[in-house]
Each structure stands twice: as C-alpha cells, then as structure tokens.
Ligand binder design. Structure first.
Ligand code: PA5
Length: 471
C-alpha cells in the first residue's frame, strides 16, 4: 500500500471572540466548558459504531469491497459512458467524489479506459431523456444505486432506461450492462438482481444513504473512472483515527461539530455555509448540505422529546458567490457560520498575460493566486465585522485528501447529532412525503395516506390559489 502524505488544517481563529470580538465569536472559555460534552459525544458515537449500529465509522479499514470491485472490472463489457441512477445519498456522494478528482462533468472527455459518467438523479425527465436519446446502449453501463432498493424516483428511471436498453441490445445485452448497488439482502433491487442474475454490489446494512460515499456507492463509479480507491480509504481511515480522540483539540471533526453547535444554540447562528474555493468541490458542498440537513433536522430528540431542531446548511462556491451571496453574508442577519474550504495546490493554473494599458496590476499573476486573494479578502472582511468563519485547508485535492474530507464531515455530523441530542441516522421527515407520493401514485397498501390526502385537499380546495390565463 502506498503511503501518501496528508495535510489537513482546521483554522477556527476567525470564529473566536479573542480574534473577532464577542459580538460574533465564541470564547475559548465557552469552548473549553464544552469539552466534556464533546468528549461524551465522541464516546457515544464510538459505542454505537462498536455495537455495529454505525457501519460508516470503521468501513474504510475493511478493503474487501475494493477487492470485489477490482475483480469485477475486467468482466465488464467495453463502455465509454456510465449512467448512475440514484438519488440523495445514492448519487450526491459519488458525484462529489468524481467531480472533485476528475473535474466538472461537462469537461469529462471519454478516452481510452476512462468513460464519461452521468448522474441523472431526478424524476424530471429532462436530463434522462436527453441522455437516453444521445447515448448508445452498446457502449454504456447502467448502474442502479439505491440502498433501500425501493426508492420511487430511482425505480422509475431504471425501468425507463431498461426498456430503452432492452429494445436496443436485447435482454442479454441489458443484463451484461447492468450493475446494481444496494442492500446485501433486502429490497426490490436485490430481489431483481437475484431473479435475473444481475451483478450486484452490497452496501452494508448498517450504512445509510448519506453516509455511503465510501462504500460501493462511491467506490464503484470511482473505480470505473480509474480512481485510487485504497488511497481514498486510507485518507478516510487516517481521519477516522483522529476522530476517535476524545480531546477536542486533537479531533478536528469533534471541534467542527462543537463550534457549529455552540454558534447555533448559544449565539443564534443556525445557518451553516460551506463555501469551497474550488469548482471541483461544488458537488461536494451539495453532498455536505444533504448530510448536514437530513441528519440534523429533527422533530424529536433521542428520548422522543419534542425539539424541532436543526441547522440550515447552505452551499456556496468562491469566488463565484462573492458576486451572489456574500453581500447577504456581510450585511444581512448575523445568523451564519461560514466554512471556507481551501485547496492549496492548484490542479492547474493560468498566468494572466501583460497587456499594455489594461489591468496591468494583474499581469503575471496566477489565477489561483487571485482566487486565494479573493478567499482571504472575504474571510477577513467578514471577520472585521465580527462575522465568524473558519477554514478547512488541504494541501491538494487527491484521493487521500478527499477521503479525509469525506470522513471529516461524516464524523462531524455524527458528533453534532449527539450534541443536538437527536438521531443523525434516521430521516422520518422524508418518509412521510414518500408515503404520500406512493398513495398519490396508487401504490397498494397506502389507503390510510390516501384518506389523509383527501381530507387535506378537502380543507384547502384551492381557496387560496391564484390563476392567470391569457388565451
Ligand atoms: O441519506 C439517505 O438515507 C437518503 O438521502 C437516501 O440516500 C435517498 O433517499 C435515496 O435512498 P435509497 O438509497 O434507498 O434509494
């Protein structure tokens, strides 16, 4: 196994009152007073992991899935395109992983041995129909990714795509070009895979969708794009070791959780912005938003008590959002804690050429240098007005650092769940909408929900709706 150096900083000075003043900062004393609770949050998470409840916590040290994927690759038919059908945690993580390391989707060039990958994650037929129209099934792989194996959106897209493939390349071709990623035993996708003899990779049953990026959910697409899976998991495992430390000063994920929890619950800052200064990390910010929101927004506490609590995560990207959201961050309500993500080494750079009489102060500067100045300027401007922010800094964007970043935010979410007193690993609020949608679609077994819908519609009956028509 190769040993790649890692550097990861969590710079939180501009979130502390000693630096930015008491109006926006947290005092060192306040943070220290929290140390024991944070340590308990780490212990509680580890106890749940040891009890087999939180599979994500130790999964990076188990490499059997990597070997399984490596063994699978040579048996796949030739392919220049890959379609991943999944939604939520079954799409966002893989996309964040691929785009961070292979660049934004639009730039992917299919070349020998490296296909182009697509994540049509919505039931809006716009993207999927364009893809199915454009791609040739004879050179495409179809991945159906769903932990539960029963998600309506994924099931519908999969059935549509299967039909198109079947017509183009027949039942045998479809079977050869289909891969399933799902629960090892449960669910309709697993049953279909067994019935039809489809190739299927497991997601451990104790790992939920939004914590699954480092399972086959992210690893299979990653392997197809030629990523170094062992390095990715090494980075995660390195961060896992740090995350087991009870001392808040040695455990960056616990510190991140504590800072956010305190800024929210004691200082009225429920809006948590993640703002990488890197286009390649745009989907990473979207992945974080799902992780933080779906894990921490809960009606009830662990003991069933009414809470209705949770931070609101917000994605942004620098420098683009300096021209969109930063005005609000600088002068709007003081309800935000902003995390910048800095990647030190640029994957590539462009030098601004000298042009007589035009922007001469920029001549000879690298565009990355300009981006860094924008980030630093924004961070300091916020701090100068007592608006707290922190910076997560990695030396480069490669597999090992990305693995560390994924695990850092996953562990921070687990610890934050403990601090908020909620269960970060369920999503009862999503279930209700899914049940009502099933009822609307006429799925058998949802009569009670159908009754509920009728009662609600009877009450509303469009009494407060406006309609405008021009014939
Ligand atoms: O994190 C979660 O549990 C959800 O966001 C799921 O990932 C999402 O609902 C998709 O579910 P599934 O993977 O079961 O299709």
């Amino acid at each position: 196994m190769n040993h790649h150096p890692i550097r990861f900083d969590l710079d939180y000075s501009l979130a502390m009152s000693e630096t930015i003043g008491a109006r926006g900062g947290l005092s060192q004393r306040e943070l220290e007073a929290e140390a024991e609770r944070v340590s308990d949050a780490v212990s509680a998470t580890i106890t749940r992991a040891d009890g087999g409840e939180l599979g994500f916590f130790r999964s990076a040290s188990d490499r059997r899935i990597v070997r399984e994927i490596e063994a699978l690759l040579p048996s796949l038919p030739p392919h220049r395109e890959v379609i991943v059908l999944g939604i939520g945690g079954s799409s966002l993580g893989a996309r964040a992983l691929i785009e961070a390391l292979r660049g934004p989707h639009a730039l992917h060039e299919p070349k020998e041995g490296s296909p182009r990958i697509h994540f049509p994650d919505n039931s809006d037929p716009f993207v999927l129909s364009a893809l199915l129209h454009r791609l040739d099934p004879r050179e495409t792989l179809l991945i159906a990714a769903s932990k539960s194996g029963g998600t309506i959106e994924t099931a519908a897209s999969f059935l549509v795509a299967r039909d198109v493939f079947r017509r183009a390349i027949g039942e045998k071709g479809l079977r050869e070009r289909t891969l399933i990623v799902t629960d090892p035993q449960e669910g309709a996708l697993r049953a279909l895979a067994q019935k039809e003899g489809l190739r299927a990779l497991p997601i451990p049953s104790n790992i939920g969708g939004r914590f699954s990026v480092l399972t086959a959910m992210g690893l299979l697409p990653g392997a197809l794009l030629g990523l170094d899976l062992d390095s990715l998991l090494d980075g995660a495992d390195w961060m896992r070791k740090l995350s087991e430390t009870r001392d808040i000063r040695q455990n960056p994920a616990a510190l991140f959780a504590a800072l956010h929890h305190l800024h929210h619950t004691r200082h009225g800052r429920p809006i948590h912005v993640l703002m990488p200064y890197a286009d390649a990390l745009r989907p990473f910010a979207a992945w974080f938003v799902q992780l933080w929101a779906e894990s921490l927004g809960k009606r009830r506490g662990r003991g069933g008590e009414a809470l209705e609590i949770g931070p609101t995560p917000l994605p942004a990207v620098g420098a683009t959002d300096q021209h969109a959201q930063v005005q609000l961050f600088m002068e709007g309500p003081r309800d935000k804690l902003i995390t910048f993500v800095e990647v030190e080494a640029p994957s590539q750079d462009l030098v601004v050429p000298r042009e007589e009489g035009a922007f001469e102060y920029l001549a000879g500067l690298g565009m990355k240098e300009i981006l860094d100045a924008e980030r630093k300027g924004t961070s300091l401007a916020l701090a100068s007005d007592g608006r707290p922010n922190l910076t997560v800094r990695v030396s480069r964007l490669d597999e090992v650092h990305l693995g560390a970043l994924f695990f850092f935010f996953e562990a921070a979410t687990a610890f934050a769940g403990e601090l908020y007193g909620i269960d970060a690993f369920d999503q009862p609020g999503v279930e209700k909408g899914k049940r009502l949608a099933s009822a609307i679609l006429g799925r058998p077994g949802f009569d009670e929900e159908r009754g509920e819908i009728q009662a609600m519609e009877g009450r509303s009956n469009q009494t407060h709706a406006l309609r405008f028509i021009r014939a």
